[in-house]
Write a protein that binds this ligand. Structure first.
Ligand SMILES: [Ca+2]
Length: 213
């Protein structure tokens, strides 16, 4: 049985994974039947993404490209930026040629819909290339064509290298990891919302002790 430690992204781990990708790629891995990808921020601030690449197992094709039939949406967009900037094949990129969420709320996310269900071997996320690199930390969720949550990966860290290469192994996805619940406006005060966000982040961190320190 595979060890979940493999997906615990310390800064060192992320750097090693990126180095591995640049050296020619890790051993083949696959998550089957992915139709939808959602990317939330890994820290409670604006989410910003220059490009999302979803690599099809076997062919190596980037099936997240708009030119390959994918489409991108978002819960909100900061003035001048658009979700389509994340699937245009252009990276690295800085503001406004990226997608940036319209608010710093924890519920903001990018949604990429693939043309049809694909078996994926990896997802690569390029963060913002010009500034605010501290925001380039992501929580990734994968769904099938019925909207079923296949699993998620927390804390994918692109803050140092500018990108994060995420090797996908089906049995290493965290099925118990769920997107943050966002209360209806007015249902909870700002202070309470802030505490909920911090609690969620702390819980994730405590669940995922670094592989090295
Ligand atoms: Ca782009």
């Amino acid at each position: 049985m595979m060890n979940k430690r493999k997906l615990r992204y310390s800064l060192l781990g992320a750097a090693l994974i990126v180095a591995s990708a640049l050296a020619g790629g890790p051993a083949a891995a696959t998550v089957l039947g992915v139709k939808e990808i959602r990317v939330y921020g890994g820290v409670p601030t604006f989410v910003q993404i220059a490009e999302l690449i979803a690599t099809q197992s076997g062919t190596g094709t980037n099936v997240a490209l708009a030119s390959n039939g994918a489409s991108a949406f978002a819960t909100s967009s900061y003035s001048g930026s658009t979700p389509s900037n994340t699937i245009d094949g252009i990276y690295p990129a800085g503001y406004p040629n990226i997608w940036q969420s319209g608010t710093a709320n924890v519920g903001e996310y990018l949604q990429v819909l693939l043309a049809s269900p694909f078996d994926l071997s990896s997802v690569t996320i390029y963060g913002r290339g010009d500034s605010y690199q501290d925001r380039d930390l992501y929580n990734l969720f994968l769904y099938d064509a019925t909207g079923y949550l296949l699993g998620g990966i927390a804390g994918a860290d692109a803050r140092t290298a500018g990108l994060i290469f995420i090797e996908l192994v089906e049995w290493d996805l965290e099925p118990d990891l769920h997107p943050p619940h966002v209360p209806e406006p007015g249902a909870i005060g700002l202070v309470g919302a802030g505490a909920a966000v911090l609690g969620w982040v702390r819980r994730r961190r405590s669940d995922r002790k670094p592989a090295s320190s």
